[in-house]
Design a protein around this ligand. Structure first.
Ligand SMILES: [Zn+2]
Ligand SMILES: [Zn+2]
Length: 390
């Protein structure tokens, strides 16, 4: 059986090679037509069309999100999901390489078909819009998109090969101060300065920052700082992100951050209003049983792969919310040297390069081979579930 499975993996890998031309075209088309979160109309249309042409049953507009989709092949358990992201960034286009993620996932799904035909189970490609700005997966998680899945996988392009990723919990808050306008020179004593309240908030947060846990982050911008230099600003506004390694500490930190704003309001006499975003990006729980399978498979196509994310830095992603609903991994595949940073024009360039495309193909092969592992080995599926329940 061992030999058969190895042979089977080689054959699904060649199914990825057979799609090279189509996958390259898809990735380049999405790259040159960047669409922002929830507006990924073209990308969703191209991807679902490709899946339909390849025998998948497609549901468009899943979870009442027009650019989300689910495409299934096969029946019954195990249900293996592969997630596709295809949103771009404002101004920078595909500077996070999501144009590679979607074709990789779609290619892996199509390549898995012979395994499903032979061994049963099903593979589901879930199109998850708006990772960058709105946390599309967090919304889809609440609406049940990831219920009853036996395994969830996706691969993000990056600067090293890894079977897992490290992401931390995150919540955003919109803050406003309301003061009182006055001539800034003629009658400053009549004014209440909303901008000063915002500046004091930044200073209080800067002081707080030396006394927070290692992996926590607080950062913000001012979105309204007043209308003119000769008017005492009657209104100021800002957006802040608060991040922490786990949900409990995030709650604690959120309260401390609000105290910074409240203190500034008291000090200046401005009135504070704030609203936490509905969506929280949850911290990632990597399923290590699933990660080990994926690592072996990505290594078998000739890459050196870290089991754990080797870089000490971390952001937040809505894949964390998925990992709370089902056993999940988000791997990374190297497409650029380590000095190329995410969300830069340089990363957008490599996302359309030969190295980017090689990453797409290798990752798709490893994903499809992991589907083979899952549909041929019920014991490992149980082990993945057991780890998830812990
Ligand atoms: Zn990004
Ligand atoms: Zn990304």
């Amino acid at each position: 059986m061992e030999v058969d499975i190895k042979e089977f993996k080689t054959s699904v890998a060649s199914e990825v090679d057979a799609q090279r031309q189509q996958l390259r075209e898809l990735s380049l088309k999405i790259h040159s037509n960047p669409e922002l979160g929830f507006n990924e109309v073209k990308a969703a249309a191209w991807l679902t069309q490709y899946l339909e042409e390849n025998g998948f049953t497609v549901e468009r507009g899943s979870c009442e999100i027009p650019t989300a989709f689910q495409a299934s092949y096969g029946k019954g358990k195990p249900v293996v999901a592969i997630l596709a992201e295809y949103d771009a960034l404002p101004k920078l286009g595909h500077a996070c390489g999501h144009n590679l993620i979607a074709p990789c996932s779609v290619g892996a799904g199509v390549a898995s078909k012979p395994a499903i035909d032979q061994f049963g189970g099903s593979v589901r490609i879930i199109g998850t819009p708006a990772e960058e700005i709105y946390g599309g997966k967090a919304i889809m998680a609440v609406r049940g998109a990831f219920d009853n899945l036996d395994a969830v996988m996706m691969v993000h392009p990056g600067v090293y090969n890894s079977a897992t990723s490290r992401t931390i919990a995150r919540e955003a808050v919109e803050v406003e101060f309301f003061g009182k306008a006055a001539h800034a020179s003629v009658s400053p004593e009549m004014g209440i300065n909303a901008l000063e309240a915002m500046i004091q908030s930044f200073n209080a947060i800067n002081s707080l920052r030396q006394h927070i846990k290692d992996k926590a982050r607080i950062h913000g911008i001012i979105t309204d700082g007043g209308a003119a230099a000769n008017i005492v600003p009657e209104h100021s506004a800002g957006t802040f992100l608060v991040r922490a390694e786990d949900d409990d500490y995030l709650e604690e930190l959120k309260e401390k951050v609000i105290n910074c704003f409240a203190g500034a309001a008291t000090a200046t006499g401005a009135r504070l209003e704030y609203k936490w975003e509905d969506i929280r990006y949850a911290a990632m729980h990597n399923n290590m049983t699933l990660a080990r399978l994926f690592k072996q498979n990505l290594e078998s196509v000739g890459r050196k792969v870290h089991l754990s994310d080797p870089i000490k830095s971390f952001g937040s992603s809505d894949i964390g919310n998925v990992s709370q609903q089902a056993p999940s991994i988000q791997g990374f595949v190297a497409i650029a040297p380590e000095d190329v940073l995410f969300h830069t024009p340089e990363f957008a360039k490599v996302a359309a390069s030969e190295a980017g495309f090689r990453g797409l193909v290798d990752a798709a092969k490893a994903l499809a081979m992991t589907v083979v592992d899952l549909v041929t080995n019920p014991k490992v599926v149980i082990k993945i579930q057991d780890e998830f329940r812990k």
